[in-house]
Design a protein around this ligand. Sequence first.
Ligand SMILES: CC(=O)[C@@H](O)[C@H](O)COP(=O)(O)O
Ligand SMILES: NCC(=O)COP(=O)(O)O
Length: 237
Amino acid sequence: MTKLSVNINKIATLRNSRGHNVPDLLQVAKDVQKFGAEGVTIHPRPDERHIRYQDARDLVNVVHTEYNIEGNPMDNFLKLVFECKPTQVTLVPDAVDALTSNAGWDTVKHKSFLQEVIKECKLKGIRTSIFVDPVLQMIEGAKEVDTDRIELYTEEFATQYELGNLKGIEPYIKAAELANDLNLGVNAGHDLSLQNIRFFKENIPGLLEVSIGHALISESIYLGLENVVNMYIRKLL
Ligand SMILES: CC(=O)[C@@H](O)[C@H](O)COP(=O)(O)O
Ligand SMILES: NCC(=O)COP(=O)(O)O
């Protein structure tokens, strides 16, 4: 069984576009858990363009499943994580101005930095995961830095799948097999969707958790649109 952690960044993006509290981020976090999701993911970025640091704090009392906070382990981020004490922290090497996450860690180059941060997180009782490309050397490096899990960065898989290239899954299978052999837990995320998730799940051994946001929120709009348009029309009769 693979756990679904719903990334609610996009709810915050929509809320922030108007300056009030619609949609209500905390209510959405409650609802996705009520509907069966086994985790909530947020990725606060330094400019707070979607999730604000205060959201991360407020969610502590709302997330009763797995709380996963993702981000680049800069000082402010780590301070927030240590304050919130989520179930899991996922370390992601994004540039401050990145549109979205666009690469995994070079676990060889950043070995001592990652070792230090991971040790600190674990001492605080927080499970660690690091965002990596499906490259065997990077998975071996992940073992060296003593992380509990890796999160496979799945954008390339999603792109290839959409193009009809099913072989795009192969590096991910090899990466997951190696992670399993090394006793590293395997998570995955980025651009997973209703289209590609079953194929991914069926092919990746030992997939513990997927975090899905952009597609899941977009699909919720598409799949809810007819209902809501009709609700308005009935009110206008
Ligand atoms: C780590 C990762 O894969 C990202 O998908 C991220 O969590 C999403 O961030 P944005 O919502 O800011 O694009
Ligand atoms: N870790 C990936 C994540 O949380 C969501 O990524 P996406 O579904 O928004 O691309």
